[in-house]
Design a binder for this molecule. Structure first.
Ligand code: SAM
Length: 266
């Protein structure tokens, strides 16, 4: 494990570290492994699902940088640095692209600083997206993102860590109002599967052990895209969003449990 910041309680799991377990990372505690193992008992496909989420992130960032000319990425709930992060994918297309990683978990900042030392045009900020105005006004965000030019706002695997009474729809609205026309929103979320009761069993387990983990209906996900033009192929199971190689079986839980898409602000 890389060095952790001081004063981090080691007996309280966090979403960033549980996700790190799923991705076979090294930056987590025993309590995070316990939560991840309990989740995997309910849904053994979760490791593949995490990989699908990362693979879609890479396809979307590459597409937006290469085909839509997006030069600024605000990656909200970015998680611990892992392979092929947003800045690596964006910089492979355009080394001048600006990337700001924002996460509530201070270990993301600590690891980000270590990993990004010497990396140009990339910043890590510790902030809570439940206060979207504070995120937008953060001096490091303001220094890196020019809000008069199109931005890609990334909410990848984070809105399911917000409860309904934290009003994620309003957060998306504040962000949408803050960016100019031609900006993109990239959102993925856990999806309720009517034919797979384990999707709701997982919600129960995560809420109990992690405190967050809201599995949403396709309609609830679609509402996050209100006011945006959704790019083809729409809001779809993650592997089906412009796959690099054909998906041979789209009926499995690993393919269907997370849904996402990309919307453009008109
Ligand atoms: N976006 C990355 C991806 O999709 O690979 C990481 C997703 S990880 C499942 C969710 C991340 O959201 C965690 O790192 C967690 O700390 C962060 N997060 C949860 N609630 C947050 C909040 N209110 N504000 C900022 N970050 C938050």
């Amino acid at each position: 494990m890389a060095e952790m910041p001081p004063d981090i309680p080691t007996d309280v799991p966090t979403a960033a570290r549980v996700y790190d377990v799923m991705l076979n990372g090294k930056d987590h505690f025993a309590i995070d492994r316990q939560v991840a193992e309990a989740s995997l008992k309910i849904m053994p496909e979760l490791r593949d699902i995490a990989l699908h989420n990362r693979a879609m992130l890479q396809r979307v960032v590459r597409y937006l940088a290469a085909e839509e000319g997006i030069t600024q990425f605000l990656d909200l709930g970015s998680g611990l640095p892992t392979a092929r992060n947003t800045h690596e994918v964006a910089h492979a297309v355009n080394p001048d692209a600006g990337v700001v990683y924002v996460d509530i978990d201070p270990i993301v900042l600590a690891h980000g600083h270590a990993i990004l030392a010497g990396t140009a045009n990339t910043t890590v900020v510790t902030a809570d997206i439940r206060e979207p105005r504070a995120v937008l006004d953060h001096p490091d965000v303001q220094a890196r993102i020019d809000f008069t030019r199109p931005v890609c706002v990334m909410l990848v695997g984070i809105l399911h860590h917000l409860a309904d009474d934290e009003n994620p729809g309003r957060i998306v609205e504040v962000l949408r109002d803050a960016v100019p026309s031609g900006s993109f929103f990239f959102i993925t979320n856990f999806t309720r599967l009517g034919d797979a009761p384990e999707s709701m069993d997982l919600e129960r387990q995560l809420l109990e052990q992690l405190g967050t983990g809201r599995v949403r209906t396709p309609g609830e996900l679609a509402a996050f895209f209100d006011g945006l033009d959704v790019l083809s192929p729409g809001l779809v199971p993650l592997p089906l969003w412009r796959p690099d190689t054909p998906v041979l079986d789209a009926s499995t839980i690993d393919v269907r449990f997370m849904t996402g898409g990309v919307g453009r602000k008109p």
